[in-house]
Design a protein around this ligand. Sequence first.
Ligand SMILES: *Cc1c(COP(=O)(O)O)cnc(C)c1O
Length: 435
Amino acid sequence: MTVPADSAQFATQALHATHAVEAATPRATPIYLTAGFTFDSFDEAAAHFDGGTGFGYTRTGNPTVRAVENRLAALESGADALLVASGQAAVVTALLTVAGAGDHLVASTHIYEGSRGLFLDNLSRLGIDTDFVDDIADPDAWRALVRPNTRALFAESISNARNHVLDVASIARVGDESGIPLIVDNTLATPALIRPIESGAAIVVHSASKFLAGHGAVLGGVIVDSGRFDVSRNGHLFPHLVLPGRGGAASVAERHGSASRIAYAREVVAPRFGPTPSPLNAFLIGQGVETLALRVERQSENALAVARWLASHETVESVDYAGLESHPDHARAIGQLTGSHGSVFTFTVRGGEQAARRVIDAVGVFTHMTHIGDVRSLVLHPATTSHTLLTPAQRAQLGVHPGTLRVSIGIEDPADLISDLTQALSLVRTKGAVR
Ligand SMILES: *Cc1c(COP(=O)(O)O)cnc(C)c1O
């Protein structure tokens, strides 16, 4: 129905006059900032609700969001992707897609603190228990914790704060032995450095707030699925995917086969819990992704220069960066990552918390904030911020000491980063904090 402009009253015209989107072929991704989409016919509406065709309401799908999902699925070598409102939303959506009450998960100890809290405080209250693996390089350490009710393995490709590099293929094999997915949080590495699905991971998640968006302006998260769910072999472990739906409806597996996991995430988990991304944020993530390769290359180069410089500085006790030959996972980083080693790492200054405080208070080019993967260089003191809830012993196990600083290196000129650190670390020295 069209509303004749000349016959309607002003209030009606204000809503309906000239409502028509002109056809055109935009080169940039258009931002469909709309709660929902008009149905052209009775039958179109029914088809949308029946088979999920087209777009109806932005919580269940939006063309801008879909365009970014398709791009991210391609970049991660996945079959399909689901964009959500934050990295935390991506992690919880991925986990609730495979696990429910009575199930069990095995996760790396070396993960983002927000993810650890999710396992320990939230999923535990939903009846999902988690065991943690410390020596994540040892497949037997993972295997030993897998039980009949384990439904996923979870780890980060490059971990914060120790910069462990995951041997994706061998841990994915442990999952395959039991028919369960390895879920890899690829936030720190990004698909520019590693595509875990190519090495056997079933699901990749990201905080898109970090490198994918890249400019520290928006939050987002993504779940990418390999599309390799084996219904006949592993379906019995995931009854919610293979049993008929409410009222005897066709099961997810009947309708989506090897893409059942991501279909369930898209149809049942994300739209019900509701972590819907804004189409505007999706656009900014999509725009960020266009320069991802360039940024990661420059940030990794800068990070290596800064890490080498720090490693030779007399006030620095240690540097945990996989790009340095001294790092225990350096060989794995060379083998798994495509040429460079990322740009988020930690270093520990002599003199403990007081020395760390002086550095934080003195930096000028580095921004003091809790974020990573930004085009700007950032610094944070984990022991008193992100890791403050842990005991000193737990922090030490994770490589977070009183003098440890976490940096995320940006795209500035590296000389300016080093001169900023030079003046900041000189305060550590001159104020006698060196042991
Ligand atoms: C930041 C981060 C998250 C959480 O992402 P948000 O977008 O902040 O919700 C998850 N995993 C890793 C590795 C992160 O760095």
